[in-house]
Design a protein around this ligand. Structure first.
Ligand code: NAI
Length: 400
C-alpha cells in the first residue's frame, strides 16, 4: 500500500509546458505529480500559449515569478543555466506540438512526460526513442487511467490462467459531448481537436482510444494485434476527414478477436469506458465509472465482484492501493477540498476577515462539537434502555 513515503531519494525538480489556466488536463498532471510531495516538486513552467496569462497562472500556483517563462524555448535555456534547474518536464499542450517540444526537451537534457497521442507518426516516435536513448532520458506518456490498480489485477488473473485462453477482447471508450456541431464552436480545446493540423490524423481515435488500447496491452501483454480493420465516420460533416466515431475490429496473433468502439457522439453516455476480456473459462470486466470494482464471471458460477484494497487481490494490485478498503476514490478529492477550506479559514482568521469565515462551509469546531453531542445522545439513549432522548437540549459531555 502507498502512504506517501518517498520511493526515491529526493523529489525531482519538475517543469510544465502547457496545462495553463484554461487547459483541460494540466490540473490532472499536478494532481498526480504533487500528490505525495515526495516524487516531484513544481519549479518552473511555460504554462500557456499566452505568456502573460501563463505567468500570472504560474505565480498563482506557487511557482517563482522568474521561473514562469513566456515559452518552452526560454524555459529550457534558462533552466539549463541553473544549478537547481528542472530535470523533467511534462508536456500538456495540443497534440501537434508534442514532437517539437519533446525533442527540444531531450536536447536540453531533460526527461519528458508527454500527453497522448504522443506524436503524429511512428517514425517520429522511433526518432525520439533513439534520441532519448542517446541522451539517457525517459519519455513517459500520460495514459491517465492506466494507473488504476484493478487493471493490474486483471493482468495478474489473466497471467495465472484464471479466465483460460483469451478469445474475445471488447473495448469501448465513448462519450456524447461532441454530438452536435456547436460543440466545435465554443470550446478552444474542442476546436483544435477537429483540426488535422493540430490534432493529427485522428480525432476520437487519438483522443480516446489510445488510452483504451494501451490499457488493453497493459492487461494482456502477450496479446499482439496481427491485423485490424477500422471503420470511421464523421457524423458532423465539418469534422471530416477526422472521425467522431469509429469501430475497429482486431485479429490477434493467437487467434483471438477484438473490437474497439470509440466515439464522441454517443449521445447521453456518461460512463463509456469499458474493458471486457472473454476467455475460454471466464470473463473479466472493468468500467471506469466503477474503477474500484472488477467483475469476474466464471461460466456456470455466480458472478463475483472483486473490490479494491481487499486482501484477496493480487500483491501487485494492492501495492498500488492508496486509500484502503471501504474508502471510495472520491475520498481523495474530498480530502483535498477540506484541506483547501481549512487553509482559507486559517488565512481569513489571520487577517480577521470575519465575513469570509461566516460564509465558508467547512467542518469547523461546531461540527466537531456536534459530533460529540451525537455520541453523547446515542450513549444516553442506549444506556437508558434505548429510549427517545432530545438531541439539542443536553449540555455537552453530560451523558447521564
Ligand atoms: P487545452 O487546449 O485545454 O489546453 C492546452 C494548454 O496548453 C493551454 O493551457 C494552452 O495555453 C497551452 N499551450 C498551447 N500551446 C502551447 C505552447 N506552445 N507552449 C505552452 N503552452 C501551450 O488542451 P487539453 O485538452 O488540456 O489537451 C492537451 C493535451 O492533453 C492533448 O494532447 C490532449 O490529447 C491531452 N489530453 C489528455 C488527457 C488524459 O487523460 N491524459 C485528457 C485531456 C487531454
Amino acid at each position: 500500500m502507498l502512504n506517501g513515503e518517498r520511493k526515491i531519494l529526493r523529489p525531482l525538480r519538475w517543469g510544465m509546458v502547457g496545462g495553463g489556466r484554461l487547459g483541460q488536463v494540466g490540473y490532472k498532471h499536478r494532481l498526480g505529480a504533487l500528490r505525495d510531495n515526495t516524487a516531484f516538486t513544481l519549479k518552473a513552467g511555460a504554462f500557456d500559449i499566452d505568456p502573460e496569462r501563463g505567468k500570472d497562472f504560474g505565480i498563482n500556483i506557487g511557482v517563482e515569478e522568474s521561473r514562469c517563462y513566456p515559452n518552452y524555448q526560454a524555459m529550457f535555456a534558462e533552466e539549463a543555466r541553473r544549478e537547481d534547474g528542472v530535470e523533467v518536464v511534462s508536456i500538456a499542450t495540443p497534440n501537434g506540438t508534442h514532437y517539437e517540444i519533446t525533442k527540444a526537451a531531450l536536447e536540453a537534457g531533460l526527461h519528458v512526460i508527454c500527453e497522448k497521442p504522443l506524436f503524429f507518426t511512428s517514425e517520429e516516435g522511433e526518432e525520439i526513442k533513439r534520441l532519448a536513448e542517446q541522451k539517457g532520458k525517459i519519455v513517459g506518456v500520460t495514459y491517465g487511467f492506466s494507473g488504476n490498480q484493478m487493471l493490474l489485477q486483471m493482468r495478474s488473473m489473466i497471467e495465472q490462467g484464471k479466465i483460460g485462453d483469451i478469445r474475445i477482447v471488447d473495448l469501448q471508450y465513448t462519450h456524447g459531448f461532441s454530438s452536435t456541431e456547436d460543440a466545435d464552436k465554443f470550446s478552444d480545446a474542442q476546436k483544435w481537436r477537429v483540426d488535422p493540423k493540430i490534432a493529427g490524423p485522428t480525432f476520437v481515435l487519438g483522443d480516446l482510444s489510445t488510452h483504451t488500447y494501451y490499457m488493453s496491452q497493459l492487461i494482456m501483454p502477450n496479446m499482439k494485434v496481427k491485423k485490424l480493420l477500422c471503420d470511421r465516420q464523421s457524423f458532423i460533416n465539418s469534422r471530416a476527414p477526422l472521425e467522431d466515431n469509429a469501430f475497429v475490429s482486431m485479429h490477434y496473433e493467437n487467434g483471438a478477436v477484438g473490437r474497439l468502439w470509440t466515439s464522441s457522439v454517443n449521445a447521453g453516455c456518461m460512463d463509456g469506458h469499458r474493458i471486457r476480456i472473454v476467455g475460454s473459462k471466464a470473463s473479466l470486466e472493468w468500467w471506469d465509472s466503477k474503477p474500484g470494482e472488477l467483475r469476474y464471471e466464471v461460466q456456470g458460477e455466480p458472478v463475483q465482484t472483486l473490490i479494491r484494497a481487499m486482501p484477496y487481490l493480487d500483491e501487485q494490485c494492492n501495492a498500488d492501493e492508496r486509500l484502503g478498503a471501504l474508502h471510495t476514490e472520491g475520498l481523495s478529492e474530498s480530502w483535498a477540498n477540506i484541506y483547501l477550506k481549512f487553509a482559507i479559514a486559517i488565512d481569513a482568521k489571520n487577517r480577521e476577515d470575519e465575513e469570509t469565515l461566516r460564509n465558508l462551509v467547512y467542518p469547523d469546531i461546531d461540527a466537531g462539537i456536534d459530533g460529540i453531542r451525537w455520541l453523547e445522545n446515542c450513549v444516553r439513549s442506549a444506556e437508558n434502555g434505548s429510549v427517545w432522548v432530545d438531541f439539542a437540549d443536553r449540555p455537552l459531555l453530560d451523558v447521564n
